[in-house]
Design a protein around this ligand. Structure first.
Ligand code: A3P
Length: 287
């Protein structure tokens, strides 16, 4: 792996990912496909597990048939790991797929077929915190070095998959026009049953309260962390080095307080206002 970023479509992206750019942009979505799209570290794996559980009526055994990244393939990584493009092309419909691409770079075939998109946003301080820890493990991203320098790069959008600000705004602004369900990590944490019901309705499913409560339990942080089919423990080591820390880190709201200094928080707030001032999007993060 290269541990270097390049720029594609105005967005910073790992060189190892960008070299397959044409195939990524030409990805052929089909009618009925569901796309889970997020900025990295926003609860992607969490919503993936929830969606798989909903689609399989809360059946725990079926959802342990394979690791989460095989059940729900990541369209930017099909050239780097299994499943590859041929396997994904052969998957039966409806396929559930994952991407971190911003709104303007989602492969056009998803829009052509009016595919459903589930977008999860997480408050930027916790996203940056989680990303800083993750980039120490992700071997196709530059090493984050100090927290201070990583935070600076995060604010400038010089991290994998580009600017958090553009990402969350891009989907927010299109959500009424397109088939997009926009939900928040913080709401999933606070009222999981309610959010899981939203996802269920969006997917056109109707599950009993008992099944839904079981999905809340099966998708909890404690449960997923202990589940080898959801916790990334078998993810290819040449891409993700988990020798020092695991993928399932803390799963909390407010962990940013362990890293941000008072000064960094003030500068961040100022920068945030400038970037997000024109947008109605708000995050509900308890103080
Ligand atoms: P932390 O690093 O803050 O712990 P992604 O899947 O987009 O890479 O996001 C990973 C983040 O989501 C990590 O955050 C991880 O711990 C958290 N996460 C994963 N599953 C979760 C769950 N069931 N409940 C809460 N947080 C979860």
């Amino acid at each position: 792996m290269q541990r270097r970023l390049t720029v594609v479509g105005g967005m910073a992206l790992a060189e190892d990912v960008a070299r397959n750019w044409e195939q990524i942009q030409n990805f052929q979505a089909r009618e009925g496909d569901v796309l889970i799209d997020t900025y990295p570290k926003s609860g992607t794996t969490w919503i993936q597990e929830i969606v798989d559980l909903i689609m399989h009526d809360g059946n725990e055994q079926v959802c342990r048939r394979a690791p989460i990244y095989e059940r729900i393939p990541f369209i930017e990584l099909l050239h780097l790991m299994k499943p590859g493009i041929e396997e994904v092309n052969m998957m039966p419909s409806p396929r559930i797929l994952k991407s971190h691409l911003p709104m303007h770079l989602v492969p056009p075939s998803f829009w052509k077929h009016n595919c459903k998109v589930i977008y999860v946003a997480r408050n930027p301080r916790d996203t940056a915190t989680s990303y800083y820890h993750f980039d120490q493990m992700l071997l196709f991203h530059p090493e984050p070095k100090s927290w201070e320098s990583f935070l600076e790069r995060f604010m400038k959008g010089v991290v994998g998959w580009g600017s958090w600000y553009d990402h969350v705004k891009g989907f927010w602004e299109q959500k009424e026009k397109l088939n997009i369900l926009y939900i928040f990590f913080e709401d999933l944490k606070k009222t999981p049953l309610q959010e899981i019901q939203k996802v269920m309705r969006f997917l056109g499913k109707n599950l009993s309260d008992e099944t839904l409560n079981n999905i809340v339990r099966l998708s909890s942080f404690t449960h997923m962390r202990a589940n080898p089919m959801a916790n990334y423990s078998d993810f290819p080591r040449e891409i993700l080095d988990q020798s020092k820390a695991g993928f399932m880190r803390k799963g909390k709201v407010g962990d940013w307080k362990t890293l941000f200094t008072i000064r960094q928080n003030e500068l961040f707030e100022e920068h945030y206002r400038r970037q997000m001032g024109d947008c109605s999007l708000t995050f509900h993060v308890p103080k």
